[in-house]
Design a protein around this ligand. Sequence first.
Ligand code: PEP
Ligand code: MN
Length: 349
Amino acid sequence: MLVVMRAQATEQDIAGVCEKIQSLGFRPHVMPGAERTAIGITGNHGPVPAAEFEDLPGVAEAIPVSKPYKLVSREVKPDNTVVRIAGVAVGGAELALCAGPCSVENREQILASARAVKASGGQLLRGGAYKPRTSPYAFQGLGEEGLKYLAEAREETGLGVVTEAIDVETFDLVEEYADCIQIGARNMQNFSLLRRAGRARKPVLLKRGMSSTLDEFLMAAEYILSEGNYQVILCERGVRTFADHTRNTLDLSVVPAVQSLSHLPIIVDPSHGTGKRDKVHPMALAAVAAGASGLIVEVHPNPDRALSDGFQSLYPEQFQELAEECRAVADLLRKRRVSAEARLAPALS
Ligand code: PEP
Ligand code: MN
């Protein structure tokens, strides 16, 4: 159920609806929009009677939500959500570029990576301190030591830090150091972790599970929003297919598909999406052309010595070129959009 308020509804009207929802034992989620505020309801196991709300002051209508997910849906919030990570907008007019190594390996490596990302105009630094590895014998990350090096890299460069939380046990620590908490593909349906992320005070980057459908992806995001954290960025990182020329198959068609169903921003990871260094640049360009709000790319000062994902990590000079070309594509698309809007504006007014 979605309670849509009138454009003129007051704060008091909104509070009145929230109280009513709580008195029924449910949870209200206030979603302010450009034209009107909507209030989503969660916690109900059956239909909520619309008549309970229709006569309350400020209410325009109470409508059932037709999708299995509610809070992530455009039906609930027609305007795009812009998520802010340490002052960087994801989902706004600018392309957001997040880059760095797969894992934080040591102090020098992450500082060198951060300087390279900064020099290329990237705004966010990635790097895992806790790594979900296929083999239990592979490098598992430096843990808190890695988080401290990330904080030092942020201090020096001003880049916001995106780093992964792999379990509920270490979540608090990751939340303390990160500017944005990544939930990885393998954990996309780890529902207790998603609920914990929903109680976090930091934005969340949710990667698509490697065999998840669009609905499953959006439902995973719904877990986070349903706990009250609306700052969620979706990330396409490739899915498993029969193809063996790449590590995964980057499903770029999910970008416009997400954008039509959800208000949440979607970015693309062409590194895990291809698993091969020479495919990262072309697929990054394609992702921007498809309308992605940003990219997350693996870059390493010495990829051949990387402790994880070296074969898909770019050399710093390659990232510089990728960043320049992707920004050029994003600028071109933005200019075309702005001039199309300007052409349409007189017709609409
Ligand atoms: C990563 O970003 O290094 C990572 C492990 O990604 P994914 O969860 O998409 O495999
Ligand atoms: Mn990786």
